[in-house]
Design a protein around this ligand. Structure first.
Ligand code: FES
Length: 103
């Protein structure tokens, strides 16, 4: 199903935020310039919220709990102790609104 995440003006460039939608895992939405990305928000290592407790530096989100890192474009882990990828979702933009397809 198609899920509306938020509007573009809810995120400053370089920022990320969590989105809670009934029936879905908690999601994180990231903005870099005018590019938008989305992944699951929960670190695959220890369950920390990436968007609430982590840091975003370029395409890399760092977990606030043990400093593991993921590439937000692919979800691939890029620093230990993270080894399991994050699930990511291509973001579609329609006007000022951001969507993903979630099945
Ligand atoms: Fe994220 Fe450990 S919980 S690196």
């Amino acid at each position: 199903r198609r899920i509306r995440l938020c509007s573009t003006d809810e995120l400053e460039p370089g920022a990320m935020k969590s989105v809670d939608i009934d029936g879905l895992p908690r999601l994180a939405v990231y903005r870099l310039g005018n590019e938008f990305y989305c992944s699951e928000d929960t670190c695959t290592h220890g369950g920390s919220s990436l968007s609430d407790e982590g840091d975003l530096a370029g395409y890399v989100v760092e977990c606030g709990l043990h400093s593991g890192k993921f590439d937000i474009r692919t979800g691939e882990p890029c620093a230990p102790p993270c080894t399991e990828p994050l699930r990511t979702f291509p973001v579609q933009r329609a006007g000022d609104d951001l969507y993903i397809d979630f099945d």
